[in-house]
Design a protein around this ligand. Structure first.
Ligand SMILES: [Zn+2]
Length: 344
């Protein structure tokens, strides 16, 4: 499949997500647009990887606060067990979605575990939908609680992750957002490794909530196989662009799937010889000084942006989408959730 047709598919996937979000009547946690999987064998030389988890406190089908707390408790325990530094990107609208003090306690637990927190906007909207001014207001509203928690530890909110990796379109809009971020001490957190975990996570959550162990095990196996493949693809992409492994920034989400898979994810990174580092450390890699001139409406990762800048072609021939059965399950669960929410 050509890169162009992949982009069309990606836009379609994003539209589906946006329609579902609209049907659900509010901002929903959503990852980035779908991309296929790679060919590489996952064995990299001496790379580094920084883990980032979006949509804190969590993406969960359950509105049970204890369920969300359990996801975070086990995810953080796993990150510490495997010495994996991580940055969590918060959507503060979620604090009021459930029991606010307990949601805030989850953010504190991240800092207590030695992790960093960043801003993922208040409501997870797109600048393409709400316009630059409202989007900037949404970023400013997204830091009110997180900023205080960081300040209490003598730290400040420095990282911004754009929802769906939509950084602004056209270029003037993007530049206005970047200027605001720079003026307010933020740096854009890029993504240079992604296995579309959010698409596996929702069906997995559904399987867990329905006590369907066989289905959960199947989705989990599929997720890990796809992630292994994607680690290899990003290695190949990095090789095309820079002739080496860069320090990757991996996009993940705070989900039951990742809480349950953290030991397996750590093993995949070890096998790929990727040394875990903080986001700050990864961003010292000179690759991140490559200009990002991308200003289309799509949300795409930084490998694709840099391919455009460097006039190089990523290894799309070896890139595979998320398995069809997972895509179908995701669409079904999302549709069911939208109709349930609409009925409430
Ligand atoms: Zn997000």
């Amino acid at each position: 499949m050509s890169q162009r047709s992949r982009s069309r598919l990606a836009r379609f996937a994003l539209c589906i997500g946006l329609i579902a979000t609209a049907l659900a009547g509010g901002a929903q946690a959503r990852g980035i647009v779908s991309r296929g999987a790679p060919s590489g064998n996952g064995a990299t030389a001496n790379g580094q990887v920084a883990l980032t988890f979006d949509d804190l406190p969590a993406i969960a089908l359950s509105k049970d606060e204890a369920y969300v707390e359990d996801i975070n408790r086990r995810l953080l325990a796993g990150l510490r067990r495997h010495h994996l530094p991580a940055t969590g990107f918060v959507n503060e609208y979620k604090l009021d979605d459930m029991i606010r003090p307990r949601q805030i306690a989850i953010l504190k637990a991240w800092l207590h575990a030695g992790m960093d927190l960043g801003n993922h906007t208040f409501s997870h909207e797109s600048p393409n939908d709400i316009g630059v001014k409202a989007y900037i207001d949404d970023i400013a509203n997204g830091e009110l609680v997180t900023k205080k928690l960081l300040a209490a530890r003598g730290r400040r909110d420095r990282w911004f992750r754009a929802p769906n990796l939509e950084t602004g379109h056209p270029m003037a809009a993007k530049q206005e957002i970047l200027d605001w971020l720079a003026t307010h001490g933020y740096r854009m957190a890029p993504v240079t490794m992604n296995a579309t975990d959010w698409q596996f996570a929702e069906p997995y959550d559904d399987a867990v909530l329905h006590h369907d162990a066989a289905r959960a095990a199947r989705i989990r196996a599929s997720y890990l196989a796809y992630t292994r493949e994607m680690i290899g693809w990003y290695h190949d992409a990095s090789d095309v662009l820079f002739g080496r492994d860069i320090a990757y920034v991996m996009l993940l989400h705070t989900t039951r799937l990742n809480a349950d898979c953290i030991d397996d994810l750590a093993a995949l990174l070890r096998k790929a010889k990727l040394r875990p580092v903080s986001l700050d450390t990864a961003m010292r890699d000179p690759a991140y000084r490559t200009p990002d001139r991308f200003a289309d409406a799509d949300g795409v990762d930084w490998m694709e942006r840099w391919a455009q800048t460097l006039n190089k072609t990523l290894p799309w021939d070896s890139f595979h989408d998320v398995p069809k059965d997972i895509q179908s399950e995701y669409d079904k669960v999302d549709k069911d959730r939208a109709s349930t929410d609409a009925g409430q």
